[in-house]
Structures are given as C-alpha cells and as structure tokens.
Ligand binder design. Structure first.
Ligand code: SAH
Length: 359
C-alpha cells in the first residue's frame, strides 16, 4: 500500500513512469485506487478548472473502405444502411452546433473516398466562413500534403488514434493499414500546424495489462494536445464480436486517470464508448480526468446508422441536446463552456499558432 502511494506520488511529481510503475497503479485497489482518481481530479481542476468544453460531433459518413476488425461500419460489415451527408447538411449541422453553445465542431467519418481532401477542404472553408467554430477532423490517416491542404482550409485540430501500440495486434486488426503510416501521420500533425489528438482503445483483444501500460507510455511520448481513449466494445457483425470486455472494469478508469496525471495539459474527452460500458460511464470519466464532452449532433436518421459499437446513447429527438448535456454536467458540480478550448501548451510550437481572431 505505502509502496503504491509512493509510486503514485512519484508519477505526479515527474509526470512520467516506467512500465512496472504503471502496471502497479493499474492493479491498485480500494483506497489506492481512490487516491489515483482523486489525484487525477485534482490535476484536472488545477489546470483546466471546473469547466467542461463542448465539442459538437457530426458523423458525416458511415461509408468506409477500411476493414478494421473491431469496427461496426467496416467495409465488410453486413446489413448497414450506408449514408453520406451532403456538404449543405454538414454546414447546416455546424450552424446548429454553434447555436447550441459549442465552441468546436468535430467532423468524423469512415474512410470514405467520396470525401476527397479537396471536398473536405471546401466544407471546412464554408464552416469557417459561416461560424467562429474551431474545426476538428477525425477522418483516418492522411499524408503530410493532405494535412497541409486541410490546415490551409481552416482545420484547427486532427484526431487519429493509434488504437494499440502493439504492432503485431495492430496488423491483425487493421488489414489495410500500416502502424508506421498511422504514427507518421500523428507525428506530422503539429508540424503541419494542427493541434494533435490521438489515443487508443483500452483492452483491444490480444492485449493484457502490460499492453495497456505500454499504450499509456506511447501516448505520453507522442506529446499530444488531445487524448481520446475508450474501452474496446465488441461490435456485432464484426470478426471481434465474440471477444469480451476486461474482467476488471476499473482498469478502464484507472487508465484514464493515469493518462491525465501523465499529461496534465492535454484536453481529454469523456468518450462515448464509456457510456456503452455502463449507464453514466462518461460521468465517471469526468470524475477522473476528462475535461471535454462531445455531444452528438448527427441528424437522428443518420446517427442510428453510425454504429461503431453497440450501446451508443439512444436518439431522443424530443430533447434539446445542449440542455440535456448542460444538465448532466451541472449535476456533477461542473460547468459547461462554449469557448473554443484550444491547446494550452502553445510554447511547444515555438509560437502561438492557435490564436483565433474571432473568439
Ligand atoms: N475513420 C476515422 C474515425 C474512426 S471511428 C479513423 O479511421 O480515424 C473513431 C474511433 O472509434 C476509432 O478510432 C476507434 O478507436 C473507435 N472504435 C471503433 N470501433 C470501436 C469498438 N468496437 N469499440 C470501441 N471503440 C471503437
């Protein structure tokens, strides 16, 4: 017990740890585990304050030419009603996001060749012309040239998870992709002027506690502005449908807490997959390190077809999304923020690339 508390204190002080120290904390229980959560909470509070930033999500296409073994919208997934939102629908939804007090729009989709870089660039330009929103993209791996075009068009941030740092597992679950290319894209983000986001799925099949510890270290070494991690959820109709969740659910939350402690400045969303773990899962994550919430603004008739995994929060069209999220967050004693919520370590770039003139 005393040993683990000392390890925790060391990680808090230095912001880093070795594999065995991370494993020690992932295996912590009872009081030690609670100390880990409260340390993560305190760091979040000290650096980010009491606010939760809102990033409005648009799932603009569920068409995908990739075949990731875990994903419910993979190319080979049977029985899916595929859709693509039109540019006008995307921009109209972004306007709704702005009107709903979010400072950022996140455009996420499958790897859909129909949304070429040029087409995405046009959509970003239109959103930037009509709103003061920050634009975040989550559209799969891009080359350096493509990233520059998207940045030029006005994209502010880019999310691309490395999913797992175990290269053998990565190759197995990503038949069409290379780990090197994905990591190269993540490393290219900041040099291209984009705020960099990445993360992993906690407990991908084939991984154990050591893999998760390595994933946490890998995340730290990427020096990210945003870190999005969530539990792997077995998705029906995929080759990994029969796999299971981790037997000890607390490992998911301990992972998040450690990520917060080791990356105090990063923006960390309470990702949707936590709500698939259990009711109110995202609330738990906001109690152990998360400072971002991503309400989903995808029009309901499309949203029900964007099933990466089961248990996504239900679509209730009668409820005002902003009011519901605000209530949820205020119930926890936090406040929502409609600010842009840019990266807060601009020194890392030499100069503050991210000053917005319109916020
Ligand atoms: N096409 C984009 C967006 C992918 S979907 C891209 O390639 O980056 C966003 C994230 O959902 C993925 O990065 C993955 O981590 C997560 N995801 C997909 N299927 C999942 C599952 N079954 N369980 C948990 N997370 C999943």
């Amino acid at each position: 017990m005393i040993q683990t508390i000392e390890t925790l204190e060391k990680i808090i002080e230095t912001g880093t740890a070795d594999l065995s120290e991370i494993i020690e904390l992932l295996e912590s229980r009872d009081d030690e585990q609670q100390l880990l959560y409260s340390a993560a909470r305190e760091i979040t509070q000290n650096i980010h304050g009491n606010v939760i930033f809102l990033r409005g999500l648009i799932e603009f296409s569920n068409c995908c030419c990739n075949n990731c073994l875990y994903c419910g919208i993979r190319a080979g997934a049977p029985g899916i009603q595929r859709y693509r939102m039109s540019a006008d629908e995307i921009v109209a939804t972004a306007l709704k996001i702005k009107a709903s007090h979010c400072g950022t729009v996140v455009l996420q989709g499958g790897v859909d060749p129909d949304f070429s870089t040029a087409k995405l660039a046009e959509i970003i330009k239109q959103i930037k012309a009509e709103t003061s929103l920050a634009v975040t993209l989550s559209v799969g791996t891009k080359t350096e040239e493509e990233l520059l075009v998207l940045r030029q068009a006005g994209a502010d941030r880019f999310l691309l998870r490395f999913e797992t740092s175990d290269q053998a597992i990565f190759s197995k679950i990503h038949p069409f992709e290379s780990f090197e290319q994905r990591v190269a894209c993540i490393r290219n983000l900041r040099p291209c002027g984009l705020q960099a986001g990445s993360g992993f799925m906690i407990g991908v099949p084939g991984s154990d506690i050591k893999t998760i510890a390595s994933d946490i270290l890998f995340t730290k070494n990427l020096e990210l502005d945003m870190i999005g991690c969530g539990p792997f959820i077995p998705s029906p109709g995929t080759p990994l449908a029969q796999e299971s969740l981790l037997s000890d659910l607390s490992v998911y939350y301990k992972t998040l807490a450690l990520i917060r402690i080791m990356n105090p400045y990063a923006h960390i969303p309470a990702t949707t997959a936590f709500d698939s773990l259990c009711d109110g899962g995202r609330d738990e994550v906001m109690k152990c390190g998360a400072n971002v919430f991503m309400p989903n603004f995808t029009p309901p008739h499309y949203k029900k077809e964007y099933n990466l995994y089961p248990g996504k929060p239900q679509v209730d069209t009668s409820i005002d999304i902003y009011e519901a999220v605000k209530e949820r967050i205020e119930k926890m004693g936090r406040t929502v923020s409609s600010a842009i919520g840019d990266a807060i370590q601009p020194d890392a770039y030499g100069k503050n690339e991210y000053e917005h003139n319109n916020c």
